[in-house]
Design a protein around this ligand. Structure first.
Ligand code: UDP
Length: 369
């Protein structure tokens, strides 16, 4: 029996890992044992527990307790905790997902403990090394023995960098999830949707949580102003990440804070569950986001997106003309959203770049488990 350690710690990883765990449980039950380690990076129930319940993830076998939220001490604690687990069991491989600090901690601990490392969602590059996620991606890719790439572009990036690991190109596991869970979301979340009371008609779905926006009160204020301007003509729904809710309190312009909190056309929600987020994507007209995952999910559900960053790792979406980089510039954000509202991209603009929804199966069968 092979033993795999899946390391997760942040919201997008619970979602990504569920695609692989589903296939491991249904098709590899007698051959592979998957144990899950939760690093504790996201401990808030709305960013963690809700996903375990909703996505049917196994209760983590190992759970770290972190005493700090600051990136460097937290990284040290994660490394020590993961190394201890790796030293106590014999694992055939470690699986890490995406580009968070938990991904980097898992990768470093696996490398130091000499356990083969599989990086799922490898090869993405925004080419902005100031971004914490980009730093994590680059280091993890160079430490991995197996690199699971979701797009042609990600394969090319790795080839250019000359990584040493084996590249396995499949589709994107997040598409597996979107296709699997969208019909479930439409069924299970209808009542939730009706209770929200959002009127029929177009609306903008916004998510903001990246450090580049939440750590800069000026950028955040510009984003808030843009959403206020948009809300004059189209309702905006904004599930607020706890970090963003806190950051809004640091915006010095009190009147802006007040207008934002009391604007009836901006619907502020607590962070929503994955099924709820899928339903919002399904029903909205345009997405405004700084999230990597939400950019892709918007594409899967054929919704144009305006990205609140000056670079993205999902460059294909921009090349297809269905995603546009607006950074945090109010005039650009507002004009790009309005352009997409007036002229929705055609169905043909969404080329099938991310596979056929069976990426997890393809990856596991390439691994020869
Ligand atoms: N997501 C969610 N609820 C929310 C906002 C996002 O379930 O309120 C999901 C979203 O569908 C996507 C993932 O979280 O699958 C993206 O995570 P996040 O935006 O935190 O991180 P990033 O993708 O930028 O690393």
């Amino acid at each position: 029996m092979k033993k795999l350690l899946t390391i997760v710690g942040a919201r997008p990883q619970f979602i990504k890992a569920s695609a692989v765990s589903r296939v491991l449980a249904s098709e590899y039950g007698g051959r592979v044992e998957e144990l899950v380690l939760h690093t504790g990076q996201h401990h808030d129930a709305s960013l963690s527990a809700v996903f375990f319940e909703e996505l049917g993830l196994a209760e983590p076998r190992f759970r770290l307790t972190l005493s700090s939220d600051a990136p460097v001490p937290r990284m040290g604690e994660m490394l020590c905790g993961i190394e201890q687990v790796l030293g106590s069991y014999r694992f055939d491989a470690v699986l890490v997902y995406g580009d968070t600090d938990s991904t980097l901690a898992g990768a470093l601990a696996a490398a130091k403990s000499r356990v083969p490392l599989i990086h799922v969602e490898a090869g993405l590059r925004s080419y902005d090394r100031t971004q914490p996620e980009e730093q994590n991606r680059v280091v993890v890719d160079h430490l991995s023995q197996v690199l699971n790439c979701p797009t042609e572009e990600s394969v090319r990036n790795l080839q250019r960098e000359g990584v040493g690991g084996r590249i396995i190109r499949t589709g994107d596991i997040m598409l597996d999830n979107a296709l699997h869970f969208l019909p479930i979301a439409r069924q299970r979340k209808e009542e939730w949707w009706r209770a929200l009371g959002i009127k029929d008609g177009p609306f903008v779905l916004a998510t903001v949580h990246r450090a580049c926006n939440t750590d800069s009160p000026d950028r955040l204020a510009d984003i808030m102003r843009s959403l206020l301007t948009l809300s004059e003509t189209v309702p905006v729904v904004l599930p607020l990440h706890p970090r963003t809710r806190k950051a809004i309190e640091n915006v010095t312009e009190n009147s802006l804070q007040h207008r934002f909190a009391h604007c009836s056309a901006i619907r502020l929600l607590p962070p929503v569950s994955y099924l709820e987020l899928l339903l919002l994507l399904d029903r909205c007209s345009v997405v405004v986001t700084d999230s990597g995952g939400v950019q892709k999910e918007a594409y899967f559900l054929r919704r144009p997106s305006v990205v609140l960053r000056d670079a993205t790792e999902w460059v294909d979406n921009v090349r297809q003309g269905v995603s546009s980089l607006a950074d945090a510039v109010p005039g650009v954000i507002v004009s790009q959203v309005r352009r997409f509202l007036d002229h929705a991209p055609s169905e043909g603009s969404y080329q099938p770049l991310y596979g056929n929804g069976h990426a997890a199966e393809e990856l596991l069968s390439a691994l020869d488990l």
